[in-house]
Design a protein around this ligand. Structure first.
Ligand SMILES: Nc1ncnc2c1ncn2[C@@H]1O[C@H](COP(=O)(O)OP(=O)(O)O)[C@@H](O)[C@H]1O
Ligand SMILES: [Mg+2]
Length: 219
């Protein structure tokens, strides 16, 4: 295992980083991946980083922070405090701008909505339990939304823990749950509806605006 982590980090330094082109165009939008050297594959991008897989190392992923995006040290510290728990990834190694993480197989709930993959209630319960565990480790669930949670074989996983040192109250997961029980479960789940990405992006932008207005006391 240690050998494979060393070999993978060497591969990241030599082959991935020199060829990779990442750009954070706007802090509230996902990082744009302009170029990925073969045979690496991009598994996803968030507002801070993009995540890559090398076919020779199917159990690990490489999370690379975009130039100018902060937070890598905080993410390492969160993984240290979370220790080993089945609902989360693990951090094997870090060296700015990248982290080597355990690969979580699964589909983000955001992609499930788009693809029409059913999200059973157990997934929501698992994530709730995982977030209780987060609090028990002196951390704060933060930024827990559809791109940061996944399901795999009917169980819920939390894929992004990078903001869990941030003690500022955050309602994101409460709001996801509310939408799940009031809209998704009664309507989308039984009808097997798919939601186009454009609509998901509108919801994301509308939600941010709604929260900003709320923060200003205009709600
Ligand atoms: N450990 C992992 N295993 C598999 N896919 C992952 C893993 N971590 C992240 N991803 C994918 O990469 C995307 C971006 O990663 P994320 O940690 O959310 O970045 P950011 O901190 O920029 O939001 C996720 O939405 C998910 O699709
Ligand atoms: Mg994320």
């Amino acid at each position: 295992m240690l050998d494979s982590i060393q070999a993978l980090s060497q591969c990241v330094r030599q082959d991935l980083l020199p060829e990779l082109k990442l750009e954070s165009v706007a802090p509230h939008d996902p990082v744009v991946v302009h170029r990925v050297p073969s045979p690496w594959r991009c598994l996803g991008a968030g507002n801070y980083a993009a995540v890559f897989l090398h076919p020779d190392y199917p159990d690990q992923v490489v999370k690379v922070y975009a130039p100018g995006r902060p937070g890598i040290e905080a993410e390492v510290e969160v993984y240290r405090r979370l220790d080993d728990h089945p609902a989360f990834s693990r951090c094997y190694f870090s060296e700015a701008p990248f982290l080597l993480l355990k690969r979580l197989s699964g589909v983000t709930l955001y992609d499930c909505l788009h693809k029409g993959i059913a999200i059973p209630p157990q997934v929501i319960h698992d994530i709730d339990a995982a977030l209780d565990y987060v609090r028990s480790r002196g951390l704060f669930p933060h930024d827990v939304h559809g791109r940061n949670v996944m399901q795999h074989e009917g169980r819920g996983l939390v894929v992004d823990v990078s903001d869990f040192l941030n003690a500022k109250p955050d309602r994101a997961w409460q709001d996801v749950k509310r939408a799940y029980w009031w809209i998704y479960r009664p309507l989308f789940l039984p009808l097997g509806l798919r939601v186009p990405y454009v609509l998901l992006d509108w919801v994301r932008a509308g939600y941010r605006l709604f929260r900003q207005l709320g923060g200003l006391g205009l709600r």
